[in-house]
Design a binder for this molecule. Structure first.
Ligand SMILES: C[S@@+](CC[C@H](N)C(=O)[O-])C[C@H]1O[C@@H](n2cnc3c(N)ncnc32)[C@H](O)[C@@H]1O
Length: 286
């Protein structure tokens, strides 16, 4: 396994190259990805007037949901490693239309201060398992919370509970150029938080109290558009950059292969049903 500095550099490079796909599909991600974070939003229960941090906010869709919950007297800050995603979030939700909403480009593991801290609550959808040093990252999130501040986050469980997830990279890889390094073991990646005991140890070592890690199953309902669905999943994953750089015939072959692998999740005319197995993580700052 690479050292922490190497993993951080790898994460930064990965999210810089993945960002164009996330930006291109931001509306789709907000819509179809909603079930992946809804339970954490409900459990966090952000209240009018609260200050909330959205960790790994991507293109800002969840940050905007949090802003709607805290209302005009609250404040929400979305933080993400990828500068271009933060820029896209600020364009999608401009300050003159969303006065309680702000975005900042920062590595949540190492950032020393964030505007609006200390926060009443922190939320994260599908980002904590991507931290190079998860104890450092979660300790920094805890440090940004006021005493008694709440954390609610979702992460993927293991590959068995999310069997559709590797199919885009498997479908695209034979048709595009070399991919970035894929995670092994506990390295940052979609399944790095698969072991709930490890997740509990990370949160406890980060200084959180009342740590609870519970399973939650959802189904993403996706329209019956095989070519579009294949491109969305390729572009937000590890094959995204190589796919964008490939000539059109190779891109088409990558989409066809991915759509073929995803066919088992398709109900013709009705659409795709992608089952996602999550951990809902809740904790409190002492
Ligand atoms: C899987 S995406 C999820 C984005 C968004 N939360 C969503 O659900 O649509 C993970 C996000 O976490 C961000 N990220 C990864 N490591 C990070 C870090 N150390 N600090 C801040 N953001 C990070 C990535 O740039 C990426 O936008």
């Amino acid at each position: 396994m690479a050292d922490i500095a190497g993993l951080r550099a790898r994460g930064s490079a990965f999210w810089t190259q993945a960002a164009p796909g996330w930006i291109r599909h931001a509306d789709r991600q907000d819509d179809l990805g909603h079930p992946l974070g809804a339970v954490a939003l409900t459990r966090l229960n952000p209240r009018p007037g609260e200050h909330v941090l959205d960790v790994g906010c991507g293109c800002g869709g969840t940050t905007a949901e949090l802003a709607a919950a805290v209302g005009p007297t609250g404040a929400v800050l979305g933080v993400d490693l990828a500068e271009s995603m933060v820029a896209a979030a600020s364009t999608r939700f401009p300050p003159d239309h969303h006065p309680v909403l702000r975005f900042a480009a920062a590595d949540v593991e190492t950032v020393e201060d964030l505007p609006g801290a200390p926060f009443d609550a922190a939320y994260s959808r599908m980002a904590l398992m991507l931290l190079a040093d998860p104890v450092a990252g979660c300790a920094n999130i805890r440090r940004m919370l006021r005493p008694g501040g709440r954390l609610a986050a979702t992460v993927f469980r293991d590959g068995r509970a999310n069997s559709w997830l590797p199919l885009a990279v498997l479908g695209a890889a034979p048709h595009v150029a070399a991919l970035p390094p894929l995670p092994v073991g506990d390295e940052p990646g979609p399944f790095a938080f698969a072991d709930p005991a490890r997740v509990g140890r990370i949160l406890t070592a980060s200084g959180f109290d009342a740590v609870v890690v519970e399973p939650h199953d959802v189904v993403m309902a996706v329209p019956d558009e095989p070519d579009t669905v294949a491109e969305w999943l390729i572009e937000i994953g590890p094959a995204g950059a190589a796919y964008r750089a490939a000539p059109p015939p190779q891109q088409a072959a990558a989409r066809v292969a991915t759509a073929g692998l995803l066919a088992r999740f398709r109900q013709p005319q009705s659409g795709y049903r992608l089952p996602a197995g999550l951990w809902l993580i809740t904790a409190t700052a002492p």
